[in-house]
Ligand binder design. Structure first.
Ligand SMILES: NC(=O)c1ccc[n+]([C@@H]2O[C@H](COP(=O)([O-])OP(=O)(O)OC[C@H]3O[C@@H](n4cnc5c(N)ncnc54)[C@H](OP(=O)(O)O)[C@@H]3O)[C@@H](O)[C@H]2O)c1
Length: 284
């Protein structure tokens, strides 16, 4: 998009799918602080946006110029690529000129979704993220940390966890600066940590004894289904398989996406753990 066009679109509303979620909420807060109008796209928003109800998409897209696309539950989930393709088609037809996609690292299905977005006549940016640090305090691992035992199928494979505040900074840069069009930013934290090391950092930050117990993907799926009866068994199996895949060693390296997009290093896990511990979220 030219500088001129970009200037003309500064007042246009940016749609943030998953705008109340871990990255979307932070992106919305940052854009609002910059004085940019935003619309939240989620089931609880008004108008509501539901990935599973395509009839809701037109209302969310009305008058929108740019979209931050986060898919729920996961770009690797069955049906995700069909939904992303249909959404991108409809977005272009309704006048959207920029798509910024949150993608997942080491997931072939997520990379297919990137290709779908890239094939559309828009300014696109793909932010391909490693596992979020905030899974430990804002998502599915928080109760396990509180309980003192984190059973997870990561073995001793290291992962360069990313701080979602860094993802939000990259996404906001992509939505507000021209130079990120056509870029795939593979974003990770600045160092590799095994799950055991991540849990050690959380123990150190909280002063509590928290343990990591490696389990198999099958054990993880069975435990997830048993703990939450609302999780369909096939989705529990999908989760176990997904973690088994991304912890097979393919993602065990650090990348420079945050530095390339923002010109500064990514945030470190120990800083994240100290900040999260200070909120009291992990108090038993
Ligand atoms: N977690 C990770 O470590 C990780 C790593 C790399 C990539 N990713 C990617 O990040 C994306 C988001 O995952 P997340 O775990 O971080 O979730 P999240 O963004 O925190 O998800 C919650 C958001 O999604 C909305 N939502 C839930 N169901 C929806 C539906 N059916 N239709 C529309 N909106 C819906 C929620 O609002 P409402 O409840 O109001 O609908 C909320 O705004 C996924 O595509 C995943 O592949 C995650």
């Amino acid at each position: 998009m030219t500088e001129n066009l970009k200037a003309q679109t500064h007042d246009k509303t940016i749609l943030i799918l998953g705008g109340t979620g871990k990255t979307g909420r932070r992106v919305a807060d940052r854009l609002t602080a910059l004085g940019r109008p935003v619309r939240i796209g989620s089931r609880s928003a008004d108008p509501a946006f539901d990935w599973e109800e395509p009839g809701t998409w037109a209302g969310a897209l009305e008058g929108i110029d740019a979209v931050y696309v986060t898919y729920y539950p996961d770009l690797a989930a069955p049906g995700a690529s069909d939904a992303v393709r249909a959404f991108a088609d409809q977005a272009v037809a309704s006048g959207v000129r920029q798509l910024v996609l949150l993608s997942g690292r080491g997931e072939p299905e997520a990379q297919l979704c990137e290709e779908i977005v890239q094939s559309h006549p828009v300014d696109w940016t793909c932010v391909r993220a490693s596992l979020f640090m905030q899974n430990f305090d804002e998502y599915f691992l928080v109760d396990a940390v509180r309980g003192g035992v984190v059973a997870f199928p990561a073995g001793s494979t290291p992962e360069p966890f990313i701080d979602v505040d860094d993802i939000a900074d990259v996404v906001v840069a992509a939505l507000t600066e021209d130079r990120h069009a056509g870029q795939v930013y593979e974003v990770t934290g600045p160092r590799l940590l095994t799950f055991a090391e991540a849990i050690e950092a959380i123990s150190a930050a909280t002063g509590r004894d928290v343990r990591y117990v490696p389990i198999t993907p099958e054990e993880y799926a069975a435990a997830a289904a048993a703990e939450d009866p609302t999780i369909p068994p096939e989705f529990a199996t999908f989760l176990g398989d997904l973690f088994g895949t991304i912890f097979d060693g393919r993602n065990a390296h650090v990348t420079d996406g945050v530095e390339r997009a923002l010109g500064r290093p990514a945030r470190d896990f120990a800083d994240y753990a100290r900040r999260a511990a200070a909120t009291g979220v992990w108090s038993a």
